[in-house]
Every structure is written in structure tokens, then in C-alpha cells.
Design a protein around this ligand. Structure first.
Ligand code: UDP
Ligand code: MG
Length: 138
């Protein structure tokens, strides 16, 4: 069993897509280990996206992720890090496979609706930015 960190980004929350997106993961029988809505602080945003510091899209990315509440979660399941990324589709919705979350709900990379960790190590790091150990349900 593996865990990943997933976040419905501010555009997904504003557009009322939280229920639909949760359902996609629940239908796949992944277990929700933690779940909350929160406003991302600048400090959290900088930690989350530290690998992208200095890239041209970085300032816009920080503005985006702090532009309104996100729904953050930890999900658990077999091979979930890679599977959750496959369900979300490519970073650019125009390149994402039809049927994926990004291809279904988004048009552009700068508003691509959802985040998912890219490795088990990233997942551990990212969940610790948004959750205390005590918030994870065993
Ligand atoms: N992003 C962007 N422009 C780019 C690349 C990325 O706005 O050229 C944003 C986009 O929201 C993406 C996030 O930065 O989801 C993190 O980029 P990454 O390459 O890690 O993509 P992800 O892991 O989210 O698919
Ligand atoms: Mg990434």
C-alpha cells in the first residue's frame, strides 16, 4: 500500500468540482486518509513548489495556488502515486489523454485543476506541508 498527496486547486474548488473529483478516486476504491479545505499560505506554496523556483512560470504558479481555498487530501492504495497521476493526465490539459481529469475539466496548464505527487518521496514531503501526522486516519 502506498500513499499520495492530492490537491484540488483553487479553480477546481471555485468551479464546484470537489465532489466529482473525490468521486473519481472513491469509485476507484482508494482510501481517503486525510481531507481538508484550506487557504494555502505563501510559505506553504513556496515549500510545495520549491523545485520550480526560478522558472518563468513560478510567480504565476504561486499566485494561482494561493488565489483561493484548495482541497487537500492524502489517498492510499496500490501503486497510487503513479495511478493518481495517470487519472489526472499530463500537466498540459491539451496533451492529457481524453478521459483524464485535466483533459475533462481544464483547458490550460496555468489552470489545470489538480495536483498529485510525482513520487513516494514527494508525497511524504508534500503531505507534511499540509497535514500534521495526527490528521492522518489509520
Ligand atoms: N505550470 C505552469 N506552466 C508550466 C509548467 C507548469 O503553469 O509551464 C504549473 C501547473 O499548474 C503545474 C504546476 O506548475 O501543475 C507544477 O508543474 P509540474 O511540472 O510539477 O507539473 P505537475 O506535476 O503538476 O503535472
Ligand atoms: Mg509536479
Amino acid at each position: 500500500m502506498e500513499r499520495t498527496f492530492v490537491a484540488i486547486k483553487p479553480d477546481g474548488v471555485k468551479r464546484g468540482l470537489v465532489g466529482e473529483i473525490l468521486q473519481i478516486f472513491e469509485k476507484r476504491a482508494y482510501r481517503i486518509v486525510a481531507l481538508k479545505i484550506l487557504n494555502v499560505t505563501d510559505e506553504q506554496a513556496q515549500k510545495h513548489y520549491e523545485e520550480h523556483i526560478g522558472k518563468p512560470f513560478y510567480p504565476g504558479l504561486i499566485d494561482y495556488i494561493t488565489s483561493g481555498p484548495i482541497v487537500a487530501m492524502v489517498l492510499e492504495g496500490e501503486n497510487i502515486v503513479n495511478e493518481a497521476r495517470r487519472i489526472m493526465g499530463s500537466t498540459d490539459p491539451n496533451k492529457a489523454e481524453i478521459g483524464t481529469i485535466r483533459a475533462t475539466y481544464a483547458q490550460i496548464m496555468q489552470r489545470n485543476i489538480i495536483h498529485g505527487s510525482d513520487s513516494v518521496e514527494s508525497a511524504k514531503r508534500e503531505m507534511s506541508i499540509y497535514f500534521d501526522e495526527s490528521e492522518l486516519c489509520e
